[in-house]
Design a protein around this ligand. Sequence first.
Ligand code: ADP
Ligand code: MG
Length: 698
Amino acid sequence: MKTVSDTFGSLVFDDRVMRANLSAKVYASLRKTIDEGKELDIGVANAVAEAMKNWAVSKGATHFTHWFQPLTGITAEKHDGFIAPSPDGSVIMEFSGKELIKGEPDASSFPSGGLRATFEARGYTAWDPTSYAFIKGKTLCIPTAFCSYGGHALDKKTPLLRSMEALNKQALRILRLFGNQTAKRVVSSVGPEQEYFLITKEMYEARPDLRFTGRTLFGAKPPKGQELDDHYFGAIKPGVAAFMEDLNEELWKLGILAKTEHNEVAPAQHELAPIYSTTNVATDHNQLTMEIMQRVAAKHGLVCLLQEKPFAGVNGSGKHNNWSIATDEGQNLLSPGDTPYENAQFLLFLCAVIKAVDDYQDLLRISVATAGNDHRLGANEAPPAVISIFLGDELDAVLEAIENDTPYTGAEKTVMKLGVDVLPKFNRDTTDRNRTSPFAFTGNKFEFRMLGSSNSIACANIMLNSAVAESLKIYADRLESAKDFETALHDMIRKTIKDHRRIIFNGNGYDDAWIKEATEVRGLLNYRTTADCMPHLLDEKNVKMLTSLGVFTVDELKSRRDIMLENYCKTVQIEANTMISMVHKRIAPAITRFTADLAKQVSEKRAVIPELACAYESELITKLSALSDRIAAKTDELETVVLGLHEAEDVIEESALIRDTVLPKMSELRVPCDQAELLTGKDYWPFPTYGDILFSVK
Ligand code: ADP
Ligand code: MG
């Protein structure tokens, strides 16, 4: 029997394979490209391509593709055969360095938000050697960036790599100031915890809303939901266990370190967490994980739902982005050190994050904004749309002592004097895990919890890396020119704490009182919807920061805002149209049929005993008729506001109409439909109920 260590990474052209299949010279040169971003020359590329092809063919691959992440949110590929004709009539397998490095997919229908004029419609893909090539099915997949001929990024990988570079550059400046002359690179790492629902294919197929939109648009609350919390970390059902086993095996073959899995709070909800890796690789891996989850589910007769809020009244699905920064020498810069000096460095990086999150609350909110995730943020199980940071009581006490120049009496009861050389020693606070905070410090990393389950993690990490790079840049500018480093450092840490204390909140983030305090007293932002936040991507301070760090150009930002808003509008429009069609085609006829049958029964009974009251039937008929009328009226209203979208002048106006007219009308239409579901006979209702769906997997 094959063990995990035999199969782990067996479909990845990773370091082991490179070392075994490349000459020492080529290997060394490629490693320099991977580790230090050195340019690759074509001779090396040809040698790598040849080795890659031979390895892939030996694993049964016949095709290759540049694998990229356009702004649609999913991954794209265009397969080409390795096969080439040989003069003697046979075929040979070919793959050149040029084909490895650069591709030209006919990608004119990917969204570009006006970045690509038709004359340059094609765009090109460029190999990202920092993420390993892998085999999927019979295809060698080469992770690539996707750009227009004008050099504009048309994907999520390009700005992510740029943001990592910006962070690297600024963090190294800080490290040098602390006397570290040996670190060559600083990289951010991410471990994304992925939530999802599993339901049977049978249930999925029977619901047009799930098929067209990924979420249920109707559905009354089941008699049993998540009230008992009996699903959370509960025993895993055999059907789910078989799925997880298969999924792990597929992920391991691709070198994805899937490690923990458990049931979540809601029935049918589960979570998968990999071991963390470099942000770029973690992003590729998370995209692959989502794709493979769906494929493996299909093999088991199941469907994996990644939409953020598939069921109203039941917890939605998110993604926790565990994020840290470390040097190539393995020092985690968010880990409190053992010496006062290390602690001072830690506190500076901590302050950089605090400042970044406060200064760029809007960008973090924008980075997780989708129509689906709007249903989650602000509902009672997900972090609110207001961003705050949880630090834990001990770390908070340290900061307070620094801010106020007062003695710190922490876990070790040491009295703290001021001056960086005596910054306090404190224990990591990992005990109090505040689950309600959108941005929590968890000992040696931050956990950003606002991401939706279907989001690419690229967007959140682009903003996080960039905002922190900006804080570090400001710090480095000041410290490099300071006469007395230690005094300047101390003053800056103190000033950051003073200026940004409002973003720190250790209480219950789900509490309504907090939202009131956050917005009214502390002046924190509360962008409840995508339509509210997305236009702020182009606020002056945001454009200035992102362009000065070289992460985006102004044109790229404009195009991204437009594409994100278009996605929002299209998503909600499809949902509205699906609702309208479900009412006309299925719900209204079902109610009519049921009431007609009830009426028939009444007259049949009365034919036998004329004086029968038939109160039960009569009352039901009355109620359902009233609901039918209400449903008809609300459907009309929804149709009207959907038509009204045509009058919007631009996508910003359209998104506001979606928020103010379409979404409220959808909610209004849902109410009488769900009430009717509860009153209509089981055999008449055209769709499986929440109870059927949520408890469908055995
Ligand atoms: P939780 O209690 O939130 O489930 P875990 O300890 O299971 O926390 O870790 C969650 C994720 O955090 C995992 O993917 C793990 O690999 C990741 N993680 C751990 N340390 C780091 C780090 N230094 N940087 C980034 N991610 C990390
Ligand atoms: Mg977590």
